[in-house]
Design a protein around this ligand. Structure first.
Ligand SMILES: [Zn+2]
Length: 287
């Protein structure tokens, strides 16, 4: 589809969805919104921007300069500056965005009581979480996932020699060893946080660059099997703990340096959903 034709279709679909919602025709509205989302994701995917840091830094500044919203502009630039110095921006630097579902008014921090543009109630605003993993799984689903994933990892690597598990792929990416280490490291972080949530009222959760540890061999036990065992043992202990707490404790909150206020429920969902993205990565390496 050509650029203009595509934009017209997209806007038309969303506008139609608004009308359908006004009529209470929610099933019609949902497919209009889904198609609009699909169109924009497909177009973004096909645009296939270069991934080098410099070009993207340039792009962030171009976007920031084009904005007529000072708060958003400041947030983009704060993010760019954090990124340039190799760290993740904190929640104070880039607060949560909320968008008015009716008119599109965007605000950072928290939703206003009433939309300044169209008068819609703040409670109707759409919150954009930093990553959908926070909201992906409810407690029952998350527990099931946390139980299943180690079994799936075990099945994937079963029978492979230590040499095969440690062999680095030709593209220079992670070996299976690095992925299993990464899962163990992430498990360590979530287990530590669950304890902290239960021990303290509204604890501070430090932002961790878990990704960067996977190639750090200083503190590594010698075999991948041992790394896996440490992962699985910590997992089982954590599941037992989560099963024993009152259900309402899943909504206990902490203050995450990067994501702001998060609950046990959101943190557990995050880690359980995150692990799923590494299963196809292991499967590819096994082949
Ligand atoms: Zn509005």
């Amino acid at each position: 589809m050509k650029q203009t034709e595509w934009t017209v279709t997209l806007v038309h679909l969303l506008s139609l969805a608004l009308r359908f919602e006004g009529e209470g025709q929610y099933n019609l509205a949902k497919i209009a919104r889904a198609k609009a989302d699909s169109l924009s994701r497909r177009a973004a995917w096909e645009l296939n921007l270069p991934s080098d840091k410099e070009t993207l830094a340039h792009d962030i500044e171009r976007v920031a300069a084009s904005l007529d919203d000072a708060d958003l502009q400041t947030a983009f630039r704060a993010g760019a500056s954090a990124r340039a110095s190799g760290r993740l921006p904190l929640i104070q630097e880039i607060p949560h965005p909320y968008v008015c579902r009716t008119c599109g008014h965007l605000t950072l921090g928290e939703a206003p009581e009433k939309c300044p543009d169209c008068g819609a109630w703040g409670g109707t605003f759409l919150w954009f979480p930093p990553v959908y993993w926070l909201e992906a799984l409810d407690p029952t689903e998350a527990l099931e996932r946390l139980r299943q994933t180690p079994l799936e990892v075990a099945a994937l690597i079963e029978g492979l020699s230590e040499e095969a598990l440690t062999r680095q792929p030709a593209d220079g990416g992670w070996a299976i060893r690095n992925i299993v280490s990464h899962l163990r490291d992430a498990q360590g972080v979530i287990a530590f946080r669950v304890d902290l949530f239960l021990k303290e009222e509204n604890p501070v959760l430090e932002s961790k660059a878990v990704f960067a540890w996977a190639r750090d061999e200083n503190a590594r036990p010698p075999s991948v099997r041992e790394i896996f065992d440490a992962y699985q043992t910590s997992r089982q202990q954590m599941i037992a703990k989560l099963e024993s707490i009152p259900f309402t404790d899943w909504w206990r909150t902490g203050r995450h340096e990067e994501f702001g206020v998060v609950s046990i429920k959101q943190q557990v969902s995050y880690f359980a959903a995150h692990e799923l993205t590494h299963l196809p990565q292991i499967a590819r390496l096994v082949k």
